[in-house]
Design a protein around this ligand. Structure first.
Ligand code: NAD
Length: 345
């Protein structure tokens, strides 16, 4: 017993808000069946931490991630407008999680598109998400004018471009598309384009390089997603396009993401806490499960990741067990049980 315990890898687990605890429970059930080698440290963040400790990002949660440098997190609720700043964004800043990797692959044939297999690499710390915003009051209207500034640095642009090109090479990808809006945001997006082009020159002998303006890219993704392979872009555009690519393969319920950085790596589903379906036991746990497969790849246990991807495919396509968002009738738990059933065969 002691020998097995020594081989476990400490990792922080944040159940999160809304559907978070439901999809985390389903994911843990599957990871247990897979005998995934994680020793979980359970911590809170978001609204549930706010309610329990009066702090949406408690020091105990941060300390755990500082120790483990590895986390799996459920979605965290952020009040719109006023209230506290997004704990997800703060976690990215705290641990320098500069690269957000969001893959989208067709898992259920017969949808709008077949054979989609693309990866979006999003800069995670700069751009419009730095939160440099304020209002200017006029007369009796305190919100008469809103001003927001974006910040891109050459170092940040270079780092994300290099990450995307290296990721493409090490994952057998063929093409990287640089997505920008440098025709209008000449400095902010222009610096990103200029720097990404410089980086691209070093990879041109090994990878195809392509460029798109973000609005055209959004349209072309809908027309023919298979023309894209790896997309690299800035924070806001990446946030929007990654939801779009999730929609191409069946919706937010099946989109995973990795936040990769200098000080830690945090895996999560792309979707939020889905308050409209929270507590009903119907959420699709696939986003978080696929994030767990990325986490297994990250700790060099790709054979387990492969086993899990195969069991997911069998549950979806041979057993035809699917949650409501995919047109099925299975509950979160029933879907997880179908995957566990396949893992045990
Ligand atoms: P959302 O992603 O929570 O939900 C959008 C729609 O997709 C809803 O109709 C929801 O029911 C559906 N959906 C999402 N995940 C699903 C799943 N696993 N299975 C089935 N359907 C699913 O987006 P929202 O409603 O805009 O945001 C809700 C809250 O989540 C907000 O407080 C927001 O700030 C937060 N949020 C957190 C993260 C994160 O923690 N990474 C990401 C996005 C949004």
């Amino acid at each position: 017993m002691q020998f097995a315990a020594e081989k476990l890898i400490p990792a922080t687990l944040i159940a999160g808000d809304g559907i978070g605890p439901e999809i985390v429970e389903a994911t843990l059930m599957v990871l247990d069946a897979l005998r995934a080698p994680f020793a979980w440290e359970m911590h809170k963040a978001g609204m549930s931490a706010m309610e329990a400790f009066g702090d949406p990002l408690p020091e105990s949660t941060l300390d755990s991630i500082r120790r483990t440098r590895l986390a799996l997190k459920g979605p965290l609720t952020t009040p719109a407008g006023g209230g506290y700043r997004s704990s997800t964004v703060r976690l990215r800043e705290e641990f320098n999680l500069y690269a957000n990797v969001r893959p989208a692959r067709t898992l259920v044939p017969g949808g709008r598109y077949e054979g989609v297999d693309l990866v979006l690499v999003r800069e995670n710390l700069e751009g419009y998400y730095v939160g440099f915003e304020h209002y200017i009051p006029i007369g009796d209207d305190p919100h008469a004018v809103a001003i927001g500034s974006g910040v891109n640095t050459r170092a940040g642009c270079r780092r994300i471009a290099e990450f995307a090109f290296d990721y493409a090479l090490s994952n057998g990808r063929k093409k990287v598309t640089i997505v920008h809006k440098a025709n209008i945001l000449k400095a902010l997006s222009g610096l990103f384009l200029e720097t990404a082009r410089e980086v691209a020159k070093r990879y041109e002998d090994r990878l195809q390089v392509d460029e798109r303006i973000v609005d055209a890219c959004a349209m072309q993704l809908v027309l023919d997603p298979r023309q894209f392979d790896v997309i690299v872009t800035t924070n806001l555009f990446g946030d929007i396009l990654s939801d779009e690519i999730a929609g191409l393969v069946g919706g937010l319920g099946m989109a995973p993401g990795a936040n990769i950085g200098v000080d830690a790596t945090i895996f999560e589903a792309v979707h939020g806490s889905a308050p409209d379906i929270a507590g009903k036991g119907v959420a699709n746990p696939l986003g978080l499960l696929l994030a767990a497969t990325m986490m297994l790849d990250h700790i060099d246990r790709s054979e387990l990741a492969h086993q899990l991807r195969k069991a997911i495919d069998q549950a979806l396509n041979e057993d035809k067990v699917r949650t409501g968002d995919l047109g099925g009738t299975a509950s979160t738990k029933e879907f997880a049980q179908a995957i566990v059933g396949r893992l045990k065969q």
